[in-house]
Design a protein around this ligand. Structure first.
Ligand code: MD6
Ligand code: FE
Length: 216
């Protein structure tokens, strides 16, 4: 029991490498949670979470919104970034300075200096929500990394290869963990397994994920 606790403490603090240019930074968002949570409320009051439809006609189980100059959307016509929230007709809410700073600092720790995100996709998962394997390839250039921040319930992240059928490793992402990837790993397939209902002390039965991108 003693040694298990020691092991878990170590696992929390060691960056975990997922590939040549992909790593999990354990708990690095924890000092920012008190700034992030109220900011989500401001954002969702302007651009509410909604379940979007994929080009294939499926309604996503994950609810999403955006902040920043550009926001990621999907409908029957395809995936794309827009400056305006199609639901409200207004620009997406501005990206709070604290968000951009967190993303910039996490990217630098992972070896990507000077990351300036212009888009922040915010995903909300409830028990059972999942994200099927996909590549992030709607961004204009693939030189910038993606920075992904997890809050709330644990999720099992699937990290695959460059082909959809390549085997995927499973990575538990906990409240406060940040994943950074870019470079040679930028186009690897990834997804999220259906969420188990393991209520989180602060957020209850939900998981919030922010992914920061340089989209335009
Ligand atoms: C999620 N994340 O963790 C979904 N994409 O809820 C993503 O799809 C993702 O975490 C690119 C890079 C990091 C990610
Ligand atoms: Fe993704």
């Amino acid at each position: 029991m003693q040694s298990l606790e020691l092991f878990e403490a170590t696992e929390q603090s060691q960056p975990q490498r997922l590939g040549p240019a992909a790593m999990v930074l354990r708990g690095v968002a924890l000092p920012h949670v008190r700034e992030l949570m109220p900011a989500i409320e401001v954002i969702e009051a302007m651009s509410p979470f909604r379940h979007m439809v994929t080009p294939g006609g499926f309604t996503m189980s994950v609810a999403l919104t955006n902040c920043g100059a550009l926001g990621w959307t999907t409908d029957r016509r395809g995936y794309r970034y827009t400056a305006v929230d199609p639901e409200t007709g207004a620009p997406w809410p501005a990206m709070p300075e604290a968000f951009a700073r967190l993303a910039n600092e996490a990217a630098a720790v992972a070896g990507f200096d000077g990351f300036k995100p212009d888009a922040c996709l915010i995903n909300r998962y409830l028990p059972g929500s999942r994200l099927s394997l996909h590549q992030d390839r709607n961004e204009r250039d693939y030189d910038a990394p993606i920075v992904s921040v997890s809050l709330g319930m644990r999720a099992v992240f699937l990290f695959g290869g460059h082909s959809r059928t390549d085997p995927a490793v499973k990575v538990s992402l906990h409240h406060g963990d940040v994943v950074v990837w870019g470079g040679a790993d930028r186009l690897r397939y990834h997804g999220v397994m259906p969420l188990k209902d393991e209520p989180h002390a602060l957020l209850g039965s939900q998981r919030i994920n922010f992914t920061f991108r340089k989209a335009g």
